[in-house]
Design a protein around this ligand. Structure first.
Ligand SMILES: NC(=O)c1ccc[n+]([C@@H]2O[C@H](COP(=O)([O-])OP(=O)(O)OC[C@H]3O[C@@H](n4cnc5c(N)ncnc54)[C@H](OP(=O)(O)O)[C@@H]3O)[C@@H](O)[C@H]2O)c1
Length: 188
């Protein structure tokens, strides 16, 4: 993907990898819109980076996704990049019966979240030049971790979703993450 002159929405932009990517892309002169649930952190980050913007978004809530889609695409019709970085990684204890709520939250946020984001944004992005969708997966898709079984299992369908997305993307020069598109050519 090109690294300048993009307008990018980065979920999970309030901390960790998403915040790091947002800062790097902002420093390169891209228009960066960070998204997350914690409005105080969004405000703090935007205040520290002139020109950066934010939107409150809960990827586990379809209404929140619809609202963010409406406001971001109205303010930025030139939007061409979506980075699905938001995710949770909570330990599950399968031995004491307490794992179910954690498992359900993990599936809702880490699997349904990116799927719903793709459903909302891909029809908008698909006709744009240099459109990119980047879905962040994890090495746990390939190396199981017993304390995080849902993180491990959810990453496998997430990885397949990226491949399906890459296979169906029609616009030359656009991609659904460079890694998956490259790999996907073998599957399409
Ligand atoms: N760190 C690693 O070594 C590593 C390795 C491989 C893959 N990953 C993956 O990379 C992603 C980011 O990891 P990280 O270590 O940077 O995590 P992190 O520091 O915990 O950040 C997670 C981000 O996701 C957001 N988020 C969580 N739930 C959300 C929701 N329901 N709606 C919207 N935003 C939500 C959080 O924002 P709010 O709390 O403000 O909503 C936060 O910005 C995760 O998907 C993780 O699985 C991480």
């Amino acid at each position: 993907m090109k690294t300048t002159n993009n307008t990018m929405l980065i979920t999970g932009g309030t901390s960790g990898l998403g915040l790091g990517l947002a800062q790097r892309f902002h420093a390169l002169g891209n228009t960066v819109i960070i998204a997350g649930r914690r409005a105080d952190l969004l405000d703090e980050t935007v205040a520290a980076h002139r020109g950066m913007e934010s939107v409150v978004l809960d990827v586990s809530d379809p209404e929140s996704i619809a609202s963010a889609y409406k406001s971001v695409t109205a303010a930025h019709p030139e939007l061409n990049v979506l980075i699905n970085m938001a995710g949770i990684m909570l330990p599950e204890n399968l031995l004491d019966g307490s794992a179910l709520p954690v498992a359900e939250d993990t599936i809702t946020t880490n699997l349904l979240g990116p799927i719903r984001m793709l459903n909302a944004f891909v029809p908008f992005l698909v006709g744009r030049d240099d459109a990119v969708v980047m879905n962040v997966s994890s090495g746990l898709a390939f190396v199981p971790l017993p304390s995080h079984p849902r993180t491990t299992r959810r990453r496998q369908p997430s990885t397949r979703t990226r491949r399906a997305c890459a296979c169906s993307w029609p616009t030359p020069g656009s991609r659904c993450s460079s890694w998956s598109r490259r790999r996907s050519r073998r599957h399409c």
